[in-house]
Design a protein around this ligand. Structure first.
Ligand code: E4P
Length: 216
């Protein structure tokens, strides 16, 4: 399973990339607002750090506007993927951008039928938002399971990207289900490396190493 960083913070993305475990990046208007920088400039910088897919989100509500924004984003770098929302207009834009050879990530997906339509519209990636479903007491991972089943049934090649990840258990469940990608906030990315027993183990080994007789 690929792991993407869900962030528009260049310093976080650099740190994640240095580990060799960052396969791509997802951004959205809220994340760029947090970063407090120009969107296009930031995307350009992110694309120079991470060679995998970097999602850039459109903000138009009509297909023409989304296509126009998407074409402009696609000129920033080869690895840009254009995000459009799961709406009727979004699906029109998805088909038009896909026909032009621009890869599309259909975002804000909360039902398996929406994911089916995204795949039928030629999406490169579909983004079910598990955390926001959990927030309203609907198990987000059940949605991922349903999408995986439907995509397998019909051999859709659209990649399932588990989004709105809140904790390492979401990542584990995504991997067990066989999702293609999980996009994770940097704080969750860091947690994936850690286990308290690893720290205890390192401490003990170092303490014992100090007691080993060494040749001068
Ligand atoms: C990523 O593509 C999504 O925009 C993001 O994961 C949403 O996360 P949130 O629900 O924490 O805002």
């Amino acid at each position: 399973m690929q792991i993407f960083i869900d962030s528009a913070d260049v310093s976080e993305i650099k740190r994640a990339a240095e580990t060799g475990n960052c396969d791509g990046v997802t951004t959205n208007p809220s994340l760029i607002m947090k970063a407090g920088r120009d969107y296009n400039e930031t995307l350009k910088e992110i694309c120079s750090i991470v060679k995998g897919p970097v999602s850039a989100e459109t903000v138009s509500l009509d297909a023409d506007g989304m296509v126009k924004e998407g074409i402009a984003f696609s000129k920033i770098a080869k690895n840009i993927v254009v995000k459009v929302p799961m709406t009727v207009e979004g699906m029109k834009a998805c088909q038009r951008l896909t026909k032009k050879g621009i890869r599309v990530n259909v975002t804000l997906v909360f039902s398996a039928n929406q994911a089916l339509l995204a795949a039928k519209s030629g999406a490169f990636i579909v983004s079910p938002f598990v955390g926001r479903l959990d927030d309203i007491s609907q198990p987000g991972m059940e949605l991922v399971k349903d999408i995986k089943l439907i995509y397998d049934n019909y051999k859709f090649t659209t990649q399932i990207l588990v989004a709105s990840v809140r904790n390492p258990i979401h990542v584990l469940d995504a991997a067990k289900i066989g999702a293609d990608i999980a996009t994770v906030p940097y704080s969750v990315f860091e947690q994936l490396f850690k286990h308290s027993l690893t720290d205890v183990g390192i401490k003990k080994f170092l303490e014992d190493w100090e007691k080993v007789p060494k040749r001068k």
